[in-house]
Design a protein around this ligand. Structure first.
Ligand SMILES: C[S@@+](CC[C@H](N)C(=O)[O-])C[C@H]1O[C@@H](n2cnc3c(N)ncnc32)[C@H](O)[C@@H]1O
Length: 275
């Protein structure tokens, strides 16, 4: 073995923060989003949200932070107009390419200042975006502003406190997770969805959750497989600890004993009629 630590990571890294939107490699972000979208738990919540929103042919439907545009295409099949708001130029271009002649539209924009008039949107969804936003409660109020009275909204997000990672040295894992949570804008987003919707004056109409369980390949390619690289970069673990962590995951996966799971939450709400 060489003197250099073997950091053992085969996957892709990327940032979904607004501040990084222009600088990101869209191919890499699309790859990560495709991996996420392939998880049954993610599809379960996407389907649930679409059922809650129930867009109709007269409706304008909006997906905030639309990524590769899969959900805007799904909305376009049911709604009169479907618009994805996405600040990353590369992801927007990829979404336009994938959407083809579906009728889905994509616009530049920030969730904190949506490019829509007051009360002009009938249904709105936002998935795994609020965790990247500095002031998510203000963003949800912005969503409430654009919803028309009687309009419907569905939010989906992860709560990173629900992450279970096995195996790992508890002390090393604690430092890695603490570092990860400190780097995230809003890591406990999942538990806050309900309160933020209620705080924006909306009436909760449904809530559910789904847990995704990482495959054994995830030990080498998924979120967990890059945590040690970030923690090492942040100086909270040593190269030897990073290598031991990665090697422990790989060995466990080789024996079919690796575990990582994470719970995502979805909440729907309705905007009451104007008084
Ligand atoms: C994890 S991805 C989720 C994408 C998509 N909603 C999905 O379910 O596949 C987060 C998305 O939010 C976008 N995003 C980040 N900050 C944003 C902001 N302030 N306003 C709107 N979108 C934002 C990112 O560019 C990225 O496309």
């Amino acid at each position: 073995m060489s003197d250099e630590p073997d950091l053992l990571y085969d996957g892709q890294q990327g940032s979904f923060k607004l501040a990084d939107a222009d600088a990101q490699d869209a191919g890499r972000l699309a790859f990560i989003l495709d991996q996420m979208a392939a998880r049954p738990a993610v599809q379960t919540l996407k389907t649930w949200a679409l059922e809650q929103l129930a867009p109709g042919p007269a409706d304008t439907a909006v997906d905030v932070g639309s990524g590769t545009g899969e959900d805007v295409v799904a909305l376009a099949k049911l709604a009169g107009r479907a618009v994805g708001v996405e600040p990353s130029p590369g992801l927007r271009a990829e979404a336009v390419r994938r959407a083809g002649a579906s009728g889905a539209e994509f616009v530049d924009g920030d969730a904190a200042a949506l490019p829509f008039e007051d009360e002009s949107v009938d249904v709105l969804r936002c998935e795994r975006v609020l965790q990247h936003v500095a002031d998510p409660a203000a963003v949800v109020k912005e969503m409430a502003r654009v919803l028309r009275p009687g309009g419907r909204i569905a939010l989906i997000d992860t709560d990173w406190a629900t992450a279970i990672i096995h195996p790992a040295d508890p002390g090393v894992l604690h430092r890695m997770v603490d570092y990860f949570l400190g780097q995230s804008a809003n890591p406990y987003s999942g538990r806050r969805l309900r309160g933020m919707l209620a705080g924006a004056g909306l009436e909760i109409s449904g809530e559910t959750a789904a847990t995704w369980i990482e495959s054994q390949e995830g030990a080498r390619q998924g979120y967990v497989a890059m945590m040690h690289l970030n923690a090492l970069q942040g100086g909270v673990i040593t190269p030897a600890e990073a290598e031991a962590f990665a090697r422990g995951l790989h060995d466990a996966a080789d024996q079919g004993a690796f575990h990582m799971s994470l719970t995502m939450y979805a909440v729907s709400a309705v905007k009451g009629p104007a008084v």
